[in-house]
Design a protein around this ligand. Structure first.
Ligand code: BGC
Length: 765
């Protein structure tokens, strides 16, 4: 598959180079009829040379007139020159065509100028199955399978930034192979409430962690000539009411909690596209919120790329045009046929407003410039583009590695895990999630995958020949059948070990887009099921396939081991089995605080969720996640940063090594980390900062550095975590800037936000 695609592409590239000199348009751009993206980028078709009429009876040598290629096709020219050249050749109507969709996931081609149709697609965990082009129905292709990666909550839980790069690279390569120009990912929104229906698509609750994972993910995607589109800017923190809810928060909270991952996406990763959230912020829709987009994103941060709306997230022409929206996508009302797209707010109505001088043409030009920049940056006009790769063995290996490093061991009394095949004869695998396929469907996070290794598959393939593996569902999404429970209890009674693969799925009101969960409990009677199984089998292991977080009060004390397995991608079953049976040592850490009960979480303790009369004020301010639990001294069920291992780690010898403060660190924390247990394993060392006497209140601790370190038994390493000025700074609303005050700071290094092993003080001058 890969070879054939690559071969055709190379052939088409050679063709393209031959024809480029004629200055002709790409055939890809000549498709009048919108169609799903072509598998092969077809290159310019030659225009016939001008005909010269020979005088009668006189032989004439015909020499085709060779037009020099237009400047915008000259890859040696600076991008801004190419942009201006192309913009100068476009009519008003052609410009308008670039600022709104012409199908569910594309903008129009302009054949006359060789501007190809631009293909955009979800999503964060793999390139989505093709739909439409004018409906949400699957396109019915057989070449739109893609690697299904573990969910972003799993990637976050690896705390491994190199894996974030590798993950982004997989997505970038697969986007190229499927001719997508913009990938709608990653999501860097903050997990504010554990009820959020899309929390499994989020990295976690901490801005620093989301920043580091987001930057590397974007760099991975964009290294493949594909633009990443970071989303949802800014503050899409719940699904309930997302289409209209008005969010408000104080300025420090905006700057310190919700914006940093976007700021770094722009300034560090040079992301090419940003998607505005559905929600409103201080009364204006996010996608064209003058303050968020014009002032902060494009003004303060100097973002040169394009802002697109979420699908159906545009509600007016004038506000959208002036508020900074550059491309209107996915208006839902009446968009089931091609003609609907001319009724978009940024289509005919925008053209009219410009013609009647209601809106200056410079506003349109700025939007088109941004689109063209992204096209040049992603090499959309080049005759030779990177071929990408689809469904490759390397991609599956990355999927498995992410899954293996993401699973979080939450409890492991008396070394219940790993299981030793030489000591057990039988395993009862119980639970619908042991066999459920989780990849397909459910909006933009679904992937059409070639296969999915379920937990049961993984366990059977790894140990099926050595131990007797049985399966019983125990519960069903479809409703109570007491025989299911009875059969599971019987199976558990007869087995040495019971493995209950419990959790959620992507049904409405669970881990799903558009609606939040209604509580943190396990559905379908799973609490009772676990209680009953635990009563008759002391070796009951609970595996949770879900986004964070789950309430475990009814059964946590009764089982020896619990593993948070997330939605772990197409190789997830293999990863899970290898962890359960000890081939892999778990090294994931939580990226979200698990509360004992929902009311312990800030958004719920302060009764701010889901908003009142259409408005949601973020009353907890800076105290999101562990910041709240620390400040209020509330014991979480499991703290942020927590995760056990089959080995043990010892921290010692913390030194703060001063640096310089212009472009480097002001100080570097150095300490020894040793694997003092019996197995090889990885530890995520975390560094938190606390300011002793700030002029404005600050959280008790804030994550400002981390490092994942792999160590063999007995091995010791010096770990260095650099801190720059921003690590010590807070946003001062009175000065409208970040301020690092000269003060004493406590530096805390540990294994979780609640398990601090080393402390030292640093004085910032
Ligand atoms: C989601 C976006 C997604 C878009 C296109 C929206 O409902 O919020 O994240 O990219 O649909 O599928």
């Amino acid at each position: 598959m890969k070879f054939i695609t690559g071969g055709l592409r190379r052939l088409s590239c050679v063709l393209g180079l031959l024809l480029l000199g004629l200055g002709t348009a790409f055939l890809r751009a000549q498709q009048d009829e919108p169609a799903p993206p072509p598998r092969v980028q077809v290159q310019p078709a030659p225009q016939p040379p001008p005909q010269v009429q020979p005088p009668e009876n006189q032989p004439v040598k015909i020499e085709p007139v060779q037009e020099p290629p237009p400047l915008y096709l000259d890859t040696n020219q600076p991008v801004e020159k190419r942009v201006e050249d192309l913009l100068g050749r476009m009519t008003l109507e052609e410009k308008i065509a670039q600022v709104h969709a012409d199908s569910k996931f594309s903008t129009a081609a302009i054949p006359r100028l060789g501007i190809p149709r631009r293909w955009i697609d979800d999503g964060p965990h793999g390139v989505r199955e093709d739909v439409g082009p004018y409906s949400w129905n699957a396109a019915g292709r057989n070449d739109d399978y893609a690697t299904w990666m573990p969910a972003l909550s799993a990637l976050g839980s690896t705390w491994n930034v190199d894996l974030a790069t590798a993950y982004g690279n997989v997505l970038g390569q697969e986007s190229r192979a499927r001719d997508k120009d913009i990938l709608l990912a990653p999501i860097v929104d903050i997990a504010r409430t554990p009820l959020c229906g899309r929390i499994y698509e989020y990295f976690g609750e901490d801005p620093f962690l989301n920043t580091r994972m987001g930057v590397n993910y974007i760099e991975g995607v964009q290294s493949n000539e594909v633009a990443a589109c970071v989303k949802h800017f800014a503050g899409n923190n719940q699904e309930d009411g997302r289409g209209s809810i008005n969010m408000d928060m104080d300025e420090r909270t905006l700057r310190e909690i919700y914006l940093p991952p976007f700021e770094a996406a722009v300034k560090e990763a040079h992301v090419w596209a940003v998607m505005g959230a559905y929600t409103k912020f201080r009364g204006e829709y996010c996608a064209y919120n003058d303050y968020l987009i014009n002032k902060i994103l494009k003004g303060e941060w100097g973002f040169p790329g394009l802002v697109m709306s979420d699908w159906g997230g545009t509600h007016s022409t004038r506000e959208a045009a002036l508020g900074g929206l550059d491309v209107e996508m996915g208006t839902l009302v009446g968009s089931e046929d091609q003609s609907a797209y001319t009724n978009f707010f940024l289509a005919s109505a925008f053209l009219d407003a410009i013609r009647t001088n209601g809106i200056p043409v410079s506003v349109l030009d700025d939007k088109v410039r941004r689109s063209l920049r992204v096209m040049f940056a992603s090499h959309i006009f080049d005759p030779v583009r990177l071929p990408g790769a689809l469904n490759s063995p390397e991609h599956r290996t990355t999927a498995q590695r992410v899954a293996e490093e993401s699973m979080v061991l939450l409890k492991n009394n008396n070394n219940a895990l790993p299981l030793d095949v030489s000591k057990i004869k039988s395993v009862a695998v119980i639970g619908e999630n042991a066999v459920r396929h989780n990849a397909a469907g459910f909006f933009g996070a679904g992937v059409k995958t070639m296969y999915e290794v379920t937990p049961l598959d993984g366990i059977e393939q790894l140990v099926g020949g050595k131990v007797n593996v049985t399966y019983s569902a125990g519960y069903s999404k479809e409703g109570g059948d007491s025989n299911l429970v009875k059969r599971a209890v019987t199976a558990a009674r007869q087995a040495d070990v019971a493995i209950i693969v419990a959790g959620l799925n992507h049904s409405r009101y669970l881990d799903d887009e558009g609606r939040d969960r209604t509580n943190l409990s396990l559905p379908y009677g799973q609490n009772e099921l676990i209680q009953r199984i635990a009563r008759i089998n002391r070796h009951t292991i609970v595996v949770l396939v879900s986004g964070p977080a789950i309430e475990m009060d009814p059964w946590l004390d009764r089982v020896p081991a619990v593993l948070q397995a997330h939605y772990s991608g197409m190789e997830g079953g293999h990863a899970l089995a290898r962890i359960l049976f000890g081939d892999v040592n778990p090294s994931g850490k939580l990226t979200v605080t698990y509360p004992k009960q929902l009311l312990d979480s800030p958004a719920h303790a302060l009764d701010t969720y889901p908003g009142t009369n259409g408005t949601l004020f973020y009353k907890e301010g800076l105290l999101v996640g562990y910041r709240w639990f620390d400040a209020k001294d509330i014991e979480p069920l499991f703290p942020f940063g927590f995760g056990l291992s089959y080995t043990t780690f010892e921290y010692s010898n913390l030194k703060l090594v001063p640096g310089h403060d212009t472009n480097g660190p002001v100080v570097t924390a150095e300490f020894d980390l040793a694997n003092t247990g019996p197995r090889a394993g990885a530890e995520v060392a975390q560094l938190y900062v606390h300011q002793e006497n700030p002029s404005l209140p600050r959280p008790l601790k804030e994550l400002k550095g981390f490092k994942k370190v792999f160590l063999n038994p007995g091995e010791k390493q010096i770990v260095s975590i650099p801190l720059d000025v921003r690590s010590f700074a807070f946003y001062d609303p009175a000065k409208s800037t970040w301020v690092a005050q000269s003060d004493d700071f406590k530096i805390e290094v540990g294994s979780s936000s609640k398990d601090i092993r080393l402390t030292d003080n640093f004085h910032l001058r």
